[in-house]
Design a protein around this ligand. Structure first.
Ligand code: SF4
Ligand code: SF4
Length: 364
């Protein structure tokens, strides 16, 4: 997977598609309550975009075939933002067309709860036929029931959402028994030969010692890796207290290296440095484009200023340079992986020792 991804990135860095590199000017939009700020003046030296900013291409496509979910997690922006279309689904053929249109080598199927999508097995099979890698993000509760619809494949991962040990996780998802069912799902998938990772969101209240205890507990199931990311403060979520500022994030992730030495953390060491506050990265949201019932969501997985009909429109009509830390107030405390992990993978603000770090991480 790593070799294929590295080859894809090198190829696109050397020969980026010219039509995706044009800079769109922000259109005046009275219906948008958030002012898009132009780049800061008087700070020209620091505001020069990195050369990679002009080499845009997708790395991981986020495919949301539906937004319905059997849970109502406290920090979930999706079920709230898409409440009016929560019963709609992207037809199977349209999902596959979007995968082809985007061309990213990895597809993350998310939602909503994608295991509630009637043709989820066919969708996974169709994407695998296209020689892509798949990360199926799920709360784990339907794995046992639907496992027969899938076949183990080295390119296919279940990614089970777990925000803490039993008591904490059940509070986060607002339902008792979810942790136990998710663990049963992990056990079932591993026993059937599937690859399984976990996905943990870090909130203000998260005790990082509990996350370490969670990873220790998961060792018995031989899970294949852990994804960990700070929560983003969705406008649609009322409870602002649960989200972190940049300083909170630096503090929470201060000790992440120790965890990364003990457990298989899926995030790159470069992104972890960024979370610790030890390096700056610009947002490269086009690296993780999102497709859902309304079309291509721009600019990113988190903020919605527009939905575009085609992937080309998303790439060419989004004013990318208006977003990211320092450009838009909504991005001020965002350090989530879908905005910044592509920057790490693309080698933006790279340091001399990065190649060695990346190779040893990939080998692990
Ligand atoms: S399981 Fe996922 S999609 Fe469902 S409510 Fe929770 S965070 Fe949202
Ligand atoms: S900084 Fe975060 S919220 Fe802002 S555009 Fe990038 S990914 Fe989206």
């Amino acid at each position: 997977m790593m070799a294929g991804m590295a080859g894809y990135i090198v190829k696109n860095k050397m020969r980026p598609r010219p039509e995706w590199q044009k800079d769109a000017v922000p259109a005046a939009d009275p219906s948008n309550p958030f002012r898009i700020l132009p780049p800061k003046v008087g700070d020209a030296a620091n505001r020069q975009p990195h050369p990679m900013i002009r080499k845009r291409f997708p790395i991981v496509m986020m495919l949301e075939p539906l937004h319905a979910c059997n849970l109502t997690c406290t920090g979930c922006g999706r079920i709230r933002e898409y409440e009016s279309t929560i019963t709609e689904r992207v037809p199977l053929e349209e999902c596959l067309l979007a995968v082809d249109e985007c061309g990213a080598p990895t597809v993350s199927i998310c939602g909503g709860e994608p295991m509630m999508y009637p043709q989820i097995g066919e969708l996974v099979a169709g994407i695998l036929e296209r020689n892509k890698h798949i990360i199926l993000c799920t709360n784990g509760m339907f794995i046992k029931k639907r496992i027969r619809e899938f076949h183990p494949d080295a390119r296919f991962f279940f990614n089970v959402h777990l925000d803490g040990l039993e008591k904490t996780h059940d509070i986060c998802v607002e339902k008792e028994g979810v942790f136990a069912e998710a663990i049963e799902g992990i056990r079932t998938a591993k026993a059937a030969g599937f690859k399984v990772c976990t996905n943990t969101t870090i909130y203000k209240e998260t005790d990082m010692r509990e996350i370490e205890a969670l990873f220790e507990y998961l060792e018995q199931f031989q899970v294949d890796g852990h994804q960990i990311s700070p929560a983003y403060g969705y406008a649609a979520v009322d409870d602002r207290e649960i989200f972190l500022t940049r300083d909170d994030i630096h503090e929470k992730f201060r000790d992440i290296e120790r965890l990364a030495r003990r457990f298989r953390i899926n995030q790159t060491p470069i992104y972890l440095d960024f979370l610790k506050g030890e390096r700056e990265l610009p947002c490269t949201a086009w690296g993780n484009p999102t497709y859902n019932v309304k079309g291509w969501k721009g600019p990113c997985y988190l903020i919605t200023d527009a939905h575009y009909k085609t992937f080309e429109d998303l790439m060419t009509q989004t004013p990318w340079e208006s977003y990211g830390h320092g450009n838009d107030p909504r991005c001020e405390h965002c350090m989530v992986h879908c905005g910044y992990e592509p920057s790490a993978a693309l080698g933006i603000n790279a340091k001399l020792a990065d190649s060695i770090k990346m190779i040893s991480w990939a080998l692990r």
